[in-house]
Design a protein around this ligand. Sequence first.
Ligand SMILES: Nc1nc2c(ncn2[C@@H]2O[C@H](COP(=O)(O)OP(=O)(O)OP(=O)(O)O)[C@@H](O)[C@H]2O)c(=O)[nH]1
Length: 348
Amino acid sequence: MKGNDPLPPLSWDSRRIQLQGFMTGLHQLEWLLVTLIVLYLAIIGAPDENSHWLLITTALYFGFSLIASRLQFFGSRHRWLLAIHTWVMIGFITWFLHSTQGVSGPLTSLYLLAVVTSALTLGVLATMLEVMVIGACVLLLFELGDQNLTAPSNLSLVSINLIAFLIVGYLTSALVDGIQVSNRMLLEMASRDPLTGLFNRRAFNDLVQPIHAMARRSRRPYSIVVIDMDGLKDINDTQGHGAGDHIITALAQQLTDHTRSSDLLARYGGDEFVIMLPDTDARGAVRMLHRLITDPGEQASPISIGVASYPEHGDSFESLFAHADQAMYASKASGGNRIRVHGAPQAA
Ligand SMILES: Nc1nc2c(ncn2[C@@H]2O[C@H](COP(=O)(O)OP(=O)(O)OP(=O)(O)O)[C@@H](O)[C@H]2O)c(=O)[nH]1
């Protein structure tokens, strides 16, 4: 039934996948930092008294990044672990600057890598905080380098750098926020039927799997209900598609009113709806469906209903759906507007 759906399932853990993407980007930035520093050391060199310490620190930092990426011990959901990466990065850059040209050289812009890393992974607030930490590190470097911060040239250098960090951090994290919002909207649009606002077939097929797995593990029953409207084509032909649409939305509302928030309801096709009722056997499903057809509300179209329940009518969602579908067709064949349970001799 799922066919060759090229998209990831809607039940995917999007936050986890996002975090894994962030981690890959983070390691690439860390290795870019190490490459830049190695190139600097190879081309320009470092003061003799510091060169071996710089090499040891660079190797240690590279080792940290390599082990973190191989063991994936930061691949969990906790974002504060990602923050540790950026703090280590800031510490390493500060040490590097202290051991070379201090803040007055062009390498101060290496802090931008930490700012971008933080903006990509931690959001606006954390990034602004990190820019403040970088500001504190810059002040420390002035202090350690016996340089006069209040000299106009130093003051303008520090201000321009910090303002640039703030702008880059803010814009990057705002961009990431925007992408996340549009991703959520796209996911919502991909999972909803536009006419009724119910889940569509694809979302239902994805969302049903973990519920089936849980029912199987806990040996709890659940029921699949297939509902098909009777005579929608006639209504479309005689009263127009607007009237047909109205009846479909009225039935969707009716189904929503009669189901619990824990039930899974979807518009499966044109005039076909499907419901998964967790913790409900066939008898419980029939009781609920009787209330539905005896209280038609605004819904003017009769409906044919088929029911199949786990575990008595099948071991997989696919076989239960097929059995409920057959039962729905049997109830349509015997006149429509009735409920049929799979395997039962007649309509309930
Ligand atoms: N108005 C409207 N009609 C739809 C929509 N989706 C599907 N249909 C129509 O629903 C009708 C379904 O036709 P059938 O499968 O023959 O269903 P039926 O007329 O209810 O007949 P039985 O199922 O045999 O009772 C078709 O005419 C479709 O064009 C929709 O979103 N709006």
